[in-house]
Design a protein around this ligand. Sequence first.
Ligand code: PLP
Length: 489
Amino acid sequence: MTVSEQLTGLDLAEQAPSEPGAEGSAAVGETTDAEDAARSLAASARDHLWMHFTRMSSYEQAEVPVITRGEGAYIYDSRGRRYLDGLSGLFVVQAGHGRRELADAAARQASELAFFPLWSYAHPEAVRLAERLADLAPGDLNRVFYTTGGGEAVESAWKLAKQYFKLTGRPYKHKVISRAVAYHGTPHGALSITGIPDAKKYFEPLVPGAHKVPNTNFYRASEHGDDLVAFGRWAADQIEQAILMEGAETVAAVFLEPVQNSGGCFPPPPGYFQRVREICDAYDVLLVSDEVICAFGRLGTTFACDKFGYVPDIITCAKGLTSGYSPIGAMIASERLMEPFLQGTTYFPHGYTFGGHPVSSAVAMANLDIFDREGLNENVLSNEAAFRATLEKLMDLPIVGDVRGDGYFYGIELVKDKATKETFDDDESERLLRGFLSRALFDNGLYCRADDRGDPVVQLAPPLICGQEHFDEIEQILRVTLAEAWARL
Ligand SMILES: Cc1ncc(COP(=O)(O)O)c(C=O)c1O
């Protein structure tokens, strides 16, 4: 497979309505100004906008879908068609679309102080947000280093780990361990930590010292497939094996998502993170909880490590911190990691012009206010069982092999044969996911993600304001569309 084939899970080119304009408001044979504007915007996008992780050639056949506004759990395209946002944009829009108070917070801050860097100076909202994040984070993770997004947070965490060990007399500790198929971002360091070979091959050589261990895909467990706890123990022990193989004196950190996104939502087996914590402590290896997706309510807790009962040394986060109303990311580190940087002339020679941007910091504060006032975490916790149960109804379809996830974060694995778990080959996956499913789901009113970075899955992560009526709508659109996909196979 090409890189584009591996990574165009969100390839909207494949999700464009098959007959542009067919759903529009114009009568047949009549062209409205709005229709003209929609067509011209889509054409301009095709000619000038280089879309991310996107097979641009798709737009020779299909119109670029242009999303113009959002309201609550729904988004609208340039022709006014409504879609349920089943992915919260890109695991981002936790509080839902169209929140006036977040827009107002941004406007207020931009009028007051639009920009100032955090390079030897502070500004009030970045300070307040850092204190609030430190309060919310577990243990003594009290030190907040801002970035503009998740990949930069991961990059920062690896650099911090390397420098920390150099400053504390263990200069050979520089390697990192992460899991197969996991996605941790696109900067060279974060990409090295990423476990998707096809995402990396064009950019080799990458940063040396990034080693991979198996993930927690229990559905396809190669060991202990009948015993989740034993499987979890085995999977955690692979981290110990990797540390020993590399030499503990050379390993700095382990990067793990609480629930691994790529591959289709792999939750940790019971006891997995406790065992990983034990291993990290035994070999003095830092545990980095990459919560770029899982933090801020995606699983019903502010930080996902709390849901699974472990305290990492570093949390990396981004996306949902502002519900996407302005970009920001953060690396939140323990006091121990800051300690050597408090001495003499030592400093962390690393930063980003826009890290902790005043507008984004103010928006994040307003977003966390919404979390508190509306109980978004509580909403997820009280509805997560219903979300699971609604999605599990789809297990009666022959194409649905597995439904897995946690909170408001689910993957539905598609299979060719339910009994044997046989998956689709590359051609079938191409026809199924890109040739039909992504577009059909979108045409049927559901924006979500059909992804084959591991085995083919449909991924769902609705805004945290969603309830049963949205779950039902998701289930019904999936039911109709997956049944049709099966019939076409
Ligand atoms: C777990 C994880 N880490 C890092 C990243 C990279 O974040 P960004 O795209 O903000 O750089 C992502 C993006 O989806 C992610 O899911």
